[in-house]
Design a protein around this ligand. Structure first.
Ligand SMILES: Cc1cc2nc3c(=O)[nH]c(=O)nc-3n(C[C@H](O)[C@H](O)[C@H](O)COP(=O)(O)OP(=O)(O)OC[C@H]3O[C@@H](n4cnc5c(N)ncnc54)[C@H](O)[C@@H]3O)c2cc1C
Length: 383
């Protein structure tokens, strides 16, 4: 038997769970479906913490979206009664003309975001958790902090169901059959149709739309937790003393991290993983990988780092590292959302609202053209 809905959300990670929540509140008959039971460790939205910040080094175009995402995080925090965000401040670190420093400053100045510009000695005095070199500078933004991704997804899904959404987990969509009036999904156990489909399948997006040949590359991204071995220095790594940070330690090469939330500091490379197929993701890190990151924690955080644990996640990257948020170029009743490239979580409170508004024909008060699926970096129609 085929079940029929107004709108189906395929994939209930960061973006899909938020979308389902916003759609449920419109009164439409909506279904959210996922191959696993979110939140889970098979995609891109796990691992205790995500950075949220506004002085966006990647591009000032993101700042209006971030300004809108913050109050929506506060809304879902209030609706769910759960702690989803912790303010720590955020530090961008690097030498003066690196992309992280120049770009954050540009965004902060363009959009009037208060910030402090700190020299190496300022940094050492204020934040003993960091060991900057003499030419390292820091841009400190107060409103940055940590989102708790598993709690965020749980909050969105719980509130979505509370507002009337249907949800099916542990059922994999095998095939999407587009049509002019309806979209049909074939899963491992049944069929579903809807007037519209929102595809928020993360690393599996390309596989589900093979005809578009989207240039999405899925990268393996390990995360590591280390405890400080010297108890007399442990307090410097606590959230009260250590902001979240991104450190461009060599031009174009970055690591980032979080203070100790109980499991030790979390630290990871940004954009350095090898290409994988999403179904190949394994929760395994080698002793060489762990040792390499331990050396970074020694050198840049002055730690005596004791390895605690690790996880592996996936980035789904576009060639220009901007998101895809657009309708299918041929089948307009399919909306495609791939806000990842390693920086999409912080937006997901808003992305879900935007996708819900798109599906219900509301006006979107943002310029989404940078995320168009037909921009040259993404899609070249066959002529
Ligand atoms: C290690 C790491 C660190 C990051 N750090 C940050 C950060 O600090 N700040 C930030 O803003 N962003 C960060 N990001 C990026 C951010 O986490 C992602 O952009 C975001 O989580 C992507 O969410 P998503 O909903 O697109 O994908 P996912 O959360 O992976 O959701 C996709 C869902 O689709 C489901 N699915 C896929 N195929 C099917 C199918 N065939 N049938 C049914 N269901 C299906 C999957 O099971 C999954 O639940 C980071 C990402 C990683 C990996």
């Amino acid at each position: 038997m085929t079940r029929t809905f107004d709108i189906i959300v395929l994939g209930l990670g960061a973006n899909g769970s938020s979308t389902l929540y916003h759609l449920a509140r419109t009164g439409k008959k909506v279904l959210g479906i996922d191959r696993f039971q979110p939140p889970h460790t098979h995609g891109s939205s796990h691992g205790e913490s995500r950075i949220i910040r506004q002085a966006y080094y990647e591009d000032p175009i993101y700042v209006p979206l971030l300004k809108a995402a913050y109050p929506l995080w506060a809304d879902i925090e209030k609706a769910s009664g759960k702690k989803l965000f912790q303010k720590t401040g955020g530090l961008m670190l690097g030498i003066e003309d690196t992309a992280v420093i120049k770009g954050s400053r540009l965004s902060a100045e363009t959009h009037h975001i208060p910030y402090e510009y700190l020299s190496s000695s300022d940094l050492q005095k204020r934040f003993p958790a960091f060991l900057p070199q003499p030419d390292t500078v820091g841009l400190l933004e107060n409103e940055a902090g940590i989102l708790f991704p598993e709690a965020c997804i749980t909050a969105f899904l719980t509130q979505a169901v509370h507002n009337g959404a249907h949800m099916i987990c542990n059922e994999s969509v095998l095939h999407i059959t587009p049509g002019n009036d309806n979209v049909e999904l074939t899963t491992s156990t049944g069929k579903y149709t809807a007037g519209q489909l929102i595809l928020s399948a993360g690393a599996w997006t390309g596989q589900l739309l093979p005809e578009l040949q989207l240039p999405l590359s899925v990268k393996r991204q390990p995360l590591y937790w280390f405890k400080e071995g010297d108890p007399s220095r442990a307090t410097r790594y606590l959230p009260a003393n250590m902001p979240v940070y991104i450190w461009e330690y060599l031009p174009g090469r970055m690591f980032y991290g979080f203070p100790d939330l109980g499991n030790g500091i979390k630290i990871a490379w940004h954009h350095r993983g090898e290409t994988i197929q999403p179904d190949e993701l394994k929760q395994f890190t080698s002793s060489e990988e762990i040792r390499e990151m331990q050396q970074i924690a020694e050198k840049y955080l002055g730690m005596a780092p004791i390895y605690n644990t690790s996880l592996v996640c996936m980035y789904t990257n576009t060639p220009d590292e901007h998101f895809i948020i657009d309708r299918h170029p041929v089948f307009k009743n399919i909306i495609i959302a791939s806000p990842c490239s390693g920086h999409g979580f912080k937006f997901s409170s808003l992305t879900g609202k935007i996708l819900s508004d798109m599906a219900t024909d509301k006006k979107i008060p943002f310029d989404l053209s940078p995320f168009s699926i037909t921009r040259p970096a993404i899609y070249q129609p066959i002529t």
